[in-house]
Structure formats: structure tokens, C-alpha cells
Design a protein around this ligand. Structure first.
Ligand code: ADP
Ligand code: MG
Length: 561
């Protein structure tokens, strides 16, 4: 069975195409969204999703979140002494989603289509693919999130139209311009910023709070930080239905509070909103269309629920954006629709996708500046927003007398000087020595439908051919090291599915106990003991009743009745 996965920075979803339609698959808690948070306890039990989010508050040193931002890098996260890379943490999220899908569908899941931000570079895409493989999934396709979202909209639409997808998630911002003229969905331009998202809108509240309380940020301990972040996030979301919020947090035994109106918040968000403008302008320019030529502005991502963001978009485009599909689910639904197309389900009209590559790919050359050959210049081979799949060849020549090798730097980026672009890899070939400029080498870049890059170098004189598929890691691990890491990962055991609801409520109770003081603590303690008693009796229906009682009790304490 094939599933579609939206592997988000903040939240992940899994969906499938069944009985003629795309369907979101609920996780073990019966929810659509699984927070992309991983926590590992000292015994090596892995928690994913909401229970991991609760654990992260109690045990921040054993937990990791927002790791999608480090995909394709060498960064290691330390979870209680276990060192895990972003793709490994992601594989644990994927493993959990896969398991949920298998239980829901009642059959083994083997293949997946996984979405990534359109702006993800080659290293990040390959790391995502590897994450899937580590979770035991054959990743048949990597799709761009905005393309998936546009498909979710486009399939329901009768008329052909031009879309601008505005996707503001937890940590990334993507803008895409697409056009649907059935049965073709064409991507015209992609732009984005990998370092802005809903979390930055939470930070605004976090910073305002500390400023108004006169507390230096570096004096906060880890736990206070995570409590303040959590409270700031709730307040941020509360702006969706309220014009004023009160952000409270105990700091060093003293309760501080900040009262803020939506208007004040909006003013504080102005620099962030300004940053959203740039990718929009660039995508319009690259697509060669004006704001007026956009038929629909599609809002995707949890952060577009914010009234501040909605107002900004409405003002910028002079119209009300579309909310037809749930902004949290659009990408997963689109990925599931692509599953339907992939297996050629008769219920679904095939949409022929033409996608583009988000970055320019090129190499480094020397350029004659009039006086001498200046090194370090960028030679673009595949320009950004070229329709993929694509294959382009450039010929380069030896630059020195009796040169014996040509080293091809594989670069990604837009800068004139190669050192400012991202080095994806290198490929070196021997050439027969001779006069400068005599030996010629063809460099062929091939970008496939999954936006995975393959480079081939061909030496004219010797007919030598060398090929590499750019690997997901900047410094690839040795085979031995990779094997060792894989085994370590296999040893981590997922918290059993059926225990998840109990585990979650226990962790939540513990967290609330830590945050509370005095009488409140005593009541929480009593409620928790009651639940413990029910657990010991091992009677399923009694446990369920007790869990519901405790959940209701905690809800009332946290949100008021
Ligand atoms: P990602 O695609 O990065 O996983 P999501 O699309 O799930 O992210 O969006 C998560 C972000 O949306 C978080 O920063 C969250 O705080 C934010 N968010 C969710 N609901 C709201 C809301 N009502 N108002 C403002 N922001 C929200
Ligand atoms: Mg998303």
C-alpha cells in the first residue's frame, strides 16, 4: 500500500487514496496532526507526537523538535546521550505514521510519497528520502508541498486557473505560482524562505513578555523557557478568536503577566510580515505575472490561521484568500491525491505535473577579466525555475598548462561568485596533460522529477565517463558508521501504540504538576493517584473511564470549564 506523508517542521500528517478519494489517516490518538517532536527516555523508548511534546516540557534534554530545519546537515541532536541526526529523528516520526497507517488500513504499508518544501535544496531532499528508507518505506516520490496543496485545490475546481500558494508553516515559508489547465498542472515559479515561520510569530510574544517583565532572556532556565514558549504559542493561537490576550508565566517563583491587544501584536509583527513580501515579489517576477493575474490565493500551513497573516495577505492581494481546504491538511490531501494518480486509480483524473527546480545549479570556472583569468566564478548550468525533469550540458576546458585533472565543483545558488553558493559535491577526472585549453570536458546535470540531482562528467579525448548522484549528507558517513547508526536506530523501541493515550495523560499531569504550586499540586496529585489505581487493575474499560475523567479534570484546570 502507498501512503502520502506531509512531514512538517511542526506537524506531520499521513493520508491515503481509497474508495475514490483522498483520506486523512488519524494517528493513535485519533488526531490528524502528529507533532513532529521526538523524545527518548533512558531505557531507549521513543515517544513521537503529542506525548513527545509533553515529555519535551518535562525532559527537554531528552527531546528534539524543529529538526526539519537541520535536514541535510551534519548537526547532531543529543537526546539524553543518544546522538541523532535530523533524518534519523524524522525517520522515527515516519515510523510512527507508518504504523498508524498500517493499523488504520489493516494492511502493510510499503511505499510512500513524501512532501518537502519547494525551497528544499538537493541535500535536504536526499536526507528526506533517507529518512523514509530508515523508517522502512520505499520513497517512490518526493513532491513539493505547494504543488501538493494546489492539487488539493485544483482537483475540486472546475475551471482552469492560476494559483498562488502561500504556505506558512512552523518554520518555513513557501510561495509558489501554479497554473492548472486540465489535465496539466504547471508550476511557474517557486520562492521561499527556509528561516521564517509560525515559530517566529511565537517568538514575538516571547520577546515582548520578557521585555515588559524586564527579564534578560539568558537568565531563564530551560524549563521556564519551554513553559513560556508553550504559553506564548497558546496566546498566539488565541488571537484567532480574541482581540486581547494575557500571557502569563512564572519566572523564579514570581508570576509575570503581559496583556496585549491584537493591534499591538500586529505592530510588533511588522518586520516579520515585511520579510514575507520578498519571496512573493520574486515568485511573481520569475513567473512573469502580476498580482492581478492571480486567480486564487491559497492559504496553507497552520500559521495562516493567524488574523495578522490573513489581514496582510488580503491587503497585499486586495482580495479574500481561499480557505476551501483545511490549511493544515491541504498538503497531505494533495500527497494522497498523487498516490491515487501513481497507482492509476480510475476514480481520479490524472494531472500531468510539470514542476520546476527552485535553485540554479552550476559549477565553478575561471573567467577572463581582460587582464588575466580570474578564478572562482559561477557558471550556471540549470537556471532556477527551469521545468523539470531537465538535463543540460556545458563544456569546460583545462585552465592551466599540463593540467592532469579537472575537478568539477557542483554548486547550487544564485551568487556570481562560487564561494557564496552551496557546495553540493565534487567530481574529479584525470585528463591527459597538454597545453592549456586543449582538453575539453562535458558536464551534464540531470534533475529528475523528484528534484534529485545527478552529475556526469565526460572527457572528450579519453572518452572517460564518471557519474555521481549527489548524496544527502554533506560529509557522507562511512559505510561502517552508517550501518552502526542504523542498528542503534533499530534498537530504539516505539512506545506501544495502545499505551499512547494513557502515557499522554500521565505526562500531561506530571507537566501540569511541575508548573503548578500549592493546593493545585495537591489536587493534581490526587487525580493522578486515582488514575494510577485504575491502571493497576488492568481492566480496559475501567482504565478508559478513568483516563477520560483525568483528561477532563486536566482540561478544566488548564483552560477553565
Ligand atoms: P509545518 O508545516 O511547519 O509542520 P503547520 O502547517 O502545522 O507547520 O503550522 C504550524 C504553525 O502554525 C505553528 O507555528 C503554530 O503555532 C501555527 N498555528 C497553528 N494554529 C494557529 C493559529 N490559530 N494562529 C496562529 N498560528 C497558528
Ligand atoms: Mg507544512
Amino acid at each position: 500500500m502507498l501512503i502520502g506523508i506531509d512531514l512538517g517542521t511542526t506537524n506531520s500528517l499521513v493520508a491515503c487514496f481509497r474508495n475514490g478519494k483522498a483520506e486523512i489517516i488519524p494517528n493513535r490518538l485519533g488526531e490528524a496532526l502528529t507533532p513532529s517532536v521526538v523524545s527518548v527516555d533512558s531505557k531507549g523508548t521513543v515517544y513521537v507526537g503529542r506525548s513527545a511534546k509533553e515529555r519535551a516540557m518535562l525532559y527537554p534534554l531528552e527531546s528534539a523538535s524543529v529538526f526539519k530545519r537541520s535536514m541535510g546537515t551534519d548537526r547532531e541532536y543529543d537526546l539524553g546521550g543518544r546522538k541523532l541526526r535530523a533524518e534519523e529523528l524524522s525517520s522515527l516520526v515516519l515510523r510512527s505514521l507508518k504504523e498508524d497507517a498500517q493499523v488504520y488500513l489493516g494492511e502493510p504499508v510499503t511505499d510512500a510519497i513524501i512532501s518537502v518544501p519547494a525551497y528544499f535544496n538537493d541535500l535536504q531532499r536526499k536526507a528526506t528520502k533517507r529518512a523514509g528508507e530508515l523508517a522502512g518505506l520505499n520513497v517512490v516520490r518526493i513532491v513539493n508541498e505547494p504543488t501538493a496543496a494546489a492539487i488539493a485545490y485544483g482537483m475540486a475546481e472546475r475551471n482552469d486557473s492560476r494559483y498562488l500558494v502561500f504556505d506558512l508553516g512552523g518554520g518555513t515559508f513557501d510561495v509558489s505560482i501554479l497554473e492548472l489547465y486540465k489535465p496539466i498542472m504547471e508550476v511557474h515559479a517557486i520562492a521561499g524562505d527556509n528561516f521564517i515561520g509560525g515559530e517566529d510569530f511565537t517568538d514575538v510574544l516571547y520577546d515582548l513578555f520578557l521585555e515588559s517583565a524586564g527579564i534578560a532572556p539568558e537568565t531563564l532556565d530551560l524549563k521556564t523557557r519551554s513553559i513560556l514558549r508553550k504559553n506564548a504559542e497558546s496566546c498566539k493561537c488565541a488571537f484567532s478568536h480574541s482581540n486581547e490576550i494575557m500571557l502569563c508565566c512564572p519566572v523564579q517563583g514570581k508570576l509575570h503577566a503581559l496583556r496585549l491587544t491584537l493591534e499591538e501584536y500586529e505592530r510588533a509583527c511588522a518586520p516579520l510580515l515585511e520579510r514575507l513580501r520578498k519571496p512573493i515579489e520574486r515568485s511573481l517576477k520569475d513567473a512573469g505575472v502580476s498580482l492581478q493575474q492571480i486567480d486564487q490565493v491559497v492559504l496553507v500551513g497552520g500559521a495562516t490561521r493567524s488574523p495578522v497573516v490573513r489581514k496582510f495577505v488580503a491587503k497585499l492581494f486586495g482580495r479574500i484568500p481561499s480557505f476551501g481546504v483545511n490549511p493544515d491538511e491541504a498538503v497531505a490531501i494533495g500527497a494522497a491525491l498523487q498516490c491515487g494518480m501513481k497507482v492509476r486509480d480510475k476514480e481520479i483524473q490524472e494531472v500531468v505535473l510539470t514542476d520546476v527546480c527552485p535553485f540554479t545549479l552550476g559549477t565553478e570556472v575561471m573567467v577572463d577579466n581582460g587582464a588575466f583569468e580570474e578564478p572562482g566564478h559561477y557558471l550556471p548550468i540549470i537556471e532556477r525555475n527551469t521545468v523539470i525533469p531537465v538535463s543540460r550540458t556545458e563544456t569546460v576546458y583545462t585552465a592551466h598548462e599540463n593540467q592532469t585533472r579537472i575537478t568539477v565543483k557542483i554548486l547550487q545558488g544564485e551568487s556570481r561568485m562560487s564561494q557564496n553558493n552551496l557546495l553540493l559535491g565534487e567530481l574529479s577526472v584525470p585528463v591527459p596533460p597538454g597545453p592549456k585549453g586543449k582538453e575539453a570536458v562535458d558536464i551534464t546535470y540531470t534533475y529528475d522529477v523528484n528534484s534529485l540531482l545527478e552529475v556526469e562528467v565526460y572527457v572528450h579525448s579519453s572518452k572517460l565517463r564518471r557519474k555521481i548522484l549527489i548524496q544527502g549528507n554533506k560529509s557522507p558517513l562511512s559505510q561502517e558508521e552508517a550501518q552502526k547508526r542504523m542498528e542503534a536506530l533499530q534498537h530504539l523501541k516505539q512506545n506501544p501504540r495502545e499505551e499512547e493515550p494513557n502515557r499522554l495523560v500521565l505526562l500531561r499531569g506530571e507537566r501540569m504538576y511541575e508548573e503548578a504550586t500549592g493546593e493545585k499540586r495537591r489536587v493534581i496529585d490526587r487525580a493522578m493517584m486515582e488514575f494510577d489505581r485504575a491502571l493497576k487493575k488492568q481492566d480496559r474499560s475501567e482504565i478508559q473511564r478513568a483516563r477520560e475523567t483525568l483528561t477532563k479534570f486536566l482540561d478544566e484546570m488548564q483552560y477553565g470549564s
